[in-house]
Design a protein around this ligand. Structure first.
Ligand code: HEM
Length: 134
């Protein structure tokens, strides 16, 4: 899935900066991120490493996103939909359509898996709900 020739490091940096610019300006998600992130430049660097690893296979990310998200109180399906909407708004402006489509597809899959893991950890006795995002 990862393809070293898909895009440049600068394109990934732009995607990350633009997306988290939208996140920070968002009335619902902005405060959630601000509450849990002390060092924004560091978070953006981590996210550049993350996307470089999954899009290009750069091997620069070695974190564990699931426990970090499970630890955040009060997440719900609407927030994951909103996250994906803002992500898609950002990718829709990318001239590199190949990169945009690949990033959208990965974001949808990872969001779904994070939402499942979140529910399984926080409410183990309830059947997890799907994340049906178009
Ligand atoms: C409701 C949706 C989401 C919210 C509110 C959210 C919020 C956050 C917050 C607050 C952090 C920082 C956690 C910390 O440093 O302790 C974080 C980290 C991260 N998020 Fe999300 N996130 C969401 C969805 C996603 C999705 C869909 C992806 C992937 C496509 C993603 C990927 C990551 C990654 C890779 C990290 C870095 C984890 C690390 O430190 O290694 N997040 N997120």
């Amino acid at each position: 899935m990862a393809r070293p020739d898909l895009c440049t490091p600068e394109e990934i940096r732009q995607l990350v900066d633009q997306f988290y610019g939208r996140i920070q300006a968002d009335a619902v998600l902005g405060p959630v991120f601000d509450q849990h992130i002390d060092d924004w430049p560091l978070h953006l660097d981590i996210m550049v490493r993350f996307w470089s690893s999954i899009l290009l296979g750069a091997g620069t990310y070695s974190g564990t996103p699931m426990p970090k998200h499970v630890a955040l109180p009060g997440l719900d399906a609407a927030m994951f939909h909103r996250w994906l909407d803002l992500f898609h708004t950002t990718t829709s402006e990318l001239p590199n359509r190949d990169m945009a489509n690949q990033a959208d597809e990965l974001a949808r899959r990872i969001a779904r898996s994070l939402w499942f893991g979140y529910q399984m950890n926080r409410e183990p006795n309830r059947m997890p709900q799907e994340l049906n995002h178009e």
